[in-house]
Design a protein. Structure first.
Length: 423
C-alpha cells in the first residue's frame, strides 16, 4: 500500500492518477490477509475420456487429486496447501488472491468463485472459463492453468503467478507510455502471436486490456483472465461484455435482451430480437486501442462521460495522431480500429504489418517469446463435451437459480499489487 501511494503521488497525467487511485481503493478495502477460505480440490483425470472428465470435475467434492508443478507433486485438497494469502481483488461473486504453495514454496494466483451466490448465467461463465483455460494451457503466451478445486460453497482456479505483475502498472511506472519500439517488441507482437493461436482455435478473449496482460520475471508477456472468453464455434457471442474503452462498435451496437449467452442460443433467436453476433475481430479492435494507449498514454476514445465514449467508439473516425509518431504506427491504428470488423486484419496478418517490421524481434532480448507453435484448432465437439449441459446442471445444483441479469461491463480491477518497471 505504501508503495502504491508513493507512486500515486508521482503520477503523470490525470487519467493515470484516477485509474491508479481506483486500484489503491480496491486494495484498501481488501479483507484481512489471515482470512483463509476452505479449499478442496476437484479431480481432473487425464486418463478419462473428456466426456467423463467433466462429470468428475462437476461432482467432485473431496476427491484427492494431484498435479505437477516444476517436477513437484501438488495436492490441493487441503486448506493448508496455501499460506501468506494476499487479496488482490474482490467482486460480487469472486475473489482473487496471491498465495504461496506449501509444497513447492512457489507463489500462485487463486481465483475463487462464490458458487453458492451465483445464478445460472454466472455459473455457466465460470465453468466455461475453467474449460477454456484447460484447452489453451499449453500455449506459452497464456497464464498457465494449474488446476481447480471446489468445496460446498466455492470453486477455485489456481494459476501461474507472474512476478512483474500486470501491464497497466508496468507502463505507469515507465512514465505512462512506451516508445514505439518497446510497444511492439514487448507487448503488441507477442500479444498478436497469442491471439493468432487463440483465434485459429475459434476462441475470443473479449477483454484485452493492460490489466489482463501480465509479465513474468524475465519480462515475457502472458495473456490472462479468461472470464469472458468463449469458443465462437460453441456459442454465439452477442452481449456487451468487456471493458468500455476497449469494446468494439459491434459489441456496443447490440441492444440489451432477455437472453444470456449459451450453446442453446441460435442465430434465429438473436435475429428475432434485432441482435447480431460478433466474432474474434473484437480482440483486434482492442489490440488497436491498446497500441494507441501504450504510445500516447490513454485510449483514443476515453472520456469522463461513458455515454459520450460509446458514441465516439460507434460513430467517430477522428483520432488524434501525435505528429512525432510514425506513419506506420498510425496506419496500424487505423487498420485495427476500422468500424467494420470485416475490414480489420486478422492477428496473423497484423504480424506482418510494416509497423511491426520496423522493429524485428531480438532472440537475445529479455523475455523474447519462443517461436509460436502451430495454431491448435480446438475441436468444437470436444469443447462442447467439456461444457455439457448435463455437467453444468449438476454443478448448478449447488446454488439457487436466479433469473438472467443484464451483463455488466468488466471492472478495471487490479490482478497484482506489485510490478516493476519494464526494462
Amino acid at each position: 500500500m505504501v508503495q502504491l501511494d508513493t507512486e500515486l503521488n508521482k503520477a503523470k497525467g490525470k487519467d493515470y492518477r484516477e485509474r491508479l487511485q481506483k486500484r489503491v481503493d480496491a486494495l484498501s478495502s481488501s479483507t484481512a490477509p489471515n482470512t483463509k477460505p476452505s479449499v478442496v480440490e476437484g479431480c481432473f483425470d487425464e486418463k478419462l475420456p473428456i466426456s467423463k472428465q467433466v462429470k468428475v470435475i462437476a461432482t467432485s467434492k473431496r476427491n484427492k487429486c494431484s498435479s505437477k508443478y516444476e517436477g513437484k507433486v501438488v495436492d490441493y485438497h487441503k486448506d493448508s496447501v496455501f499460506y501468506n494469502r494476499l487479496e488482490l481483488y474482490r467482486g460480487s461473486v469472486s475473489v482473487v488472491y496471491r498465495a504461496t504453495c506449501a509444497t513447492t514454496r512457489q507463489q500462485v494466483i487463486v481465483k475463487a468463485y462464490k458458487t453458492h451466490r451465483m445464478n445460472e448465467k454466472q455459473l455457466h461463465k465460470a465453468n466455461r472459463e475453467i474449460h477454456i483455460m484447460k484447452a489453451v494451457r499449453g500455449d506459452p503466451g497464456v497464464v498457465r492453468y494449474m488446476g481447480h478445486f471446489e468445496d460446498k460453497f466455492m470453486t477455485f482456479i489456481v494459476m501461474e503467478f507472474c512476478e512483474r505483475g500486470d501491464l497497466f502498472k508496468s507502463v505507469y511506472l515507465n512514465g505512462g507510455s512506451l516508445s514505439e519500439e518497446k510497444a511492439v517488441t514487448k507487448v503488441i507482437r507477442p500479444l498478436l502471436q497469442v491471439l493468432s493461436r487463440l483465434h485459429a482455435g475459434r476462441i475470443a478473449h473479449r477483454d484485452i486490456k493492460p490489466e489482463n496482460i501480465f509479465l513474468t520475471g524475465s519480462g515475457r508477456l502472458k495473456l490472462g483472465d479468461f472470464g469472458l472468453a468463449l469458443s465462437t464455434e460453441r456459442e454465439l457471442p452477442f452481449t456487451r461484455s468487456g471493458t468500455l474503452d476497449y469494446m468494439a462498435p459491434e459489441v456496443l451496437a447490440n441492444p440489451a435482451t432477455d437472453l444470456s449467452e449459451g450453446p442453446c442460443i441460435t442465430l434465429q433467436d438473436l435475429t428475432a430480437r434485432g441482435v447480431q453476433p460478433y466474432d474474434e475481430k473484437v480482440d483486434i479492435w482492442a489490440v488497436g486501442i491498446l497500441a494507441y494507449e501504450l504510445v500516447v498514454g490513454k485510449p483514443p476514445f476515453e472520456m469522463e462521460d461513458e455515454q459520450y465514449t460509446m458514441k465516439l467508439i460507434m460513430n467517430s473516425n477522428r483520432i488524434a495522431f501525435p505528429p512525432a509518431m510514425s506513419k506506420e504506427w498510425a496506419d496500424f491504428i487505423r487498420a485495427t480500429l476500422s468500424k467494420s470488423p470485416e475490414l480489420r486484419p486478422s492477428a496473423e496478418l497484423l504480424l506482418a504489418h510494416p509497423w511491426l517490421r520496423r522493429f524485428p524481434p531480438r532472440d537475445d532480448a529479455p523475455g523474447a517469446s519462443p517461436p509460436p507453435p502451430a495454431p491448435r484448432s480446438i475441436d468444437a465437439a470436444e469443447l462442447a463435451a467439456q461444457i455439457s449441459q448435463a455437467a453444468l446442471s449438476e454443478w448448478q445444483g449447488k446454488a439457487a437459480r436466479a433469473p438472467p441479469q443484464t451483463p455488466a461491463k468488466a471492472s478495471r480491477a487490479p490482478r497484482s499489487a506489485e510490478s516493476p518497471e519494464i526494462p
